[in-house]
Write a protein that binds this ligand. Structure first.
Ligand code: Z5A
Length: 212
C-alpha cells in the first residue's frame, strides 16, 4: 500500500514510440496498486488547452513561427497545470501525463533549435517548482518511429518534419535521461511489446515511488 503522497509521472518519446499503448499498461499497474490517478496529455488536457493543441497540430496558410509555437505550448501548459495537474495532486490523485515539458526541450528547444535556455525560462515562469517525480522515456530510432505511424492518414504539422529534426529530438531525450538518473528511466521501445512491458514493469517494481 502506498505511503507517499500523490506523485506526478510523465511518459515521453517520439511518435510511435508506444506512449498510448504503454500508458494503458501503467494504468493497469496503478489499478492493482489501488493508486488513485488521473490520466492526461499534452498539449491538451483541458477544454481550452485542447483547442490550443488543434492550433499547434493543424496546418495553416501562414507558417507558425517557432516562438509562437513555444508560447502556445506553455499557454496550454499553464491552463493544464492550474485546471488539472495541481488540483489532482492536491486531491491526493497521482497524475499520469502523456508528454510534458521534456517534450518542449526536445521538440522546440532542439527540434526547432530555439535552445533550451528559452524553454527553461518559460518552465520556471509557468511551472514554478512543479516538475514530474518520474519520467519514462520510450526510445525508438527515427526510422522505426516513422514506420510505426506510416499509413495513419494525413500527417500533422509535426509529422511532416524530416529525419534531422527527429534525430535532434531523440538526441535531446537521451541527454535529458542522462542528466538525472533519479528522475528519468529510458526504455528501449524498439523491442517487441512484451519486452518493452517487461522493462516497464521492472521500472514500476524498482522505483522508490511505487514501493511499500
Ligand atoms: N509536442 C511538442 O512539440 N512539444 C511539446 O511540448 C509537446 C508536444 C507536449 C503531438 O503529440 C505532438 O505534439 C507531437 C510532439 C508535439 N508530435 N510529434 N511528432 P502526441 O503525443 O499527441 O502524438 P504522437 O507522439 O504523435 O503520438 P503517437 O504517434 O500516437 O505515438 P505513441 O502514443 O507513442 O504510439 P502508440 O499510439 O502507442 O503506438 C503507435 C503504433 O505502434 C501502434 O500501432 C502500436 O500498436 C504500435 N506499437 C507500439 N509499441 C510497439 C512495439 N513495441 N512493437 C510494435 N509495435 C508497437
Amino acid at each position: 500500500m502506498l505511503k507517499e503522497s500523490a506523485k506526478f509521472v510523465t511518459l515521453e518519446g517520439m511518435e510511435g514510440a508506444g506512449k498510448s499503448t504503454n500508458l494503458a499498461y501503467i494504468c493497469e499497474f496503478f489499478d492493482k496498486q489501488k493508486i488513485k490517478y488521473r490520466v492526461t496529455r499534452e498539449p491538451g488536457g483541458t477544454e481550452v488547452a485542447e483547442k490550443i493543441r488543434d492550433v499547434l497540430l493543424c496546418h495553416h496558410d501562414e507558417p507558425l513561427h517557432p516562438m509562437c509555437e513555444l508560447l502556445l505550448i506553455f499557454a496550454a501548459r499553464a491552463q493544464h497545470i492550474e485546471q488539472v495537474i495541481k488540483p489532482a495532486l492536491a486531491n491526493g490523485e497521482w497524475v499520469l501525463s502523456d508528454r510534458f515539458t521534456d517534450a518542449t526541450y526536445a521538440y522546440q528547444g532542439e527540434g526547432r533549435q530555439l535552445g533550451g535556455d528559452k524553454v527553461e525560462l518559460l518552465e520556471h515562469f509557468v511551472q514554478g517548482d512543479l516538475k514530474p517525480d518520474l519520467t519514462i522515456i520510450l526510445d525508438v530510432p527515427v526510422e522505426l518511429s516513422a514506420e510505426r505511424v506510416r499509413g495513419r492518414g494525413e500527417l500533422d504539422r509535426f509529422e511532416v518534419e524530416q529525419g534531422a529534426f527527429f534525430q535532434r529530438v531523440r538526441d535531446a531525450y537521451h541527454q535529458r535521461a542522462a542528466s538525472d538518473a533519479d528522475r528519468y528511466r529510458l526504455i528501449d521501445a524498439s523491442q517487441t511489446l512484451p519486452e518493452v512491458q517487461a522493462d516497464l514493469q521492472a521500472v514500476l517494481d524498482n522505483v522508490k515511488l511505487f514501493q511499500d
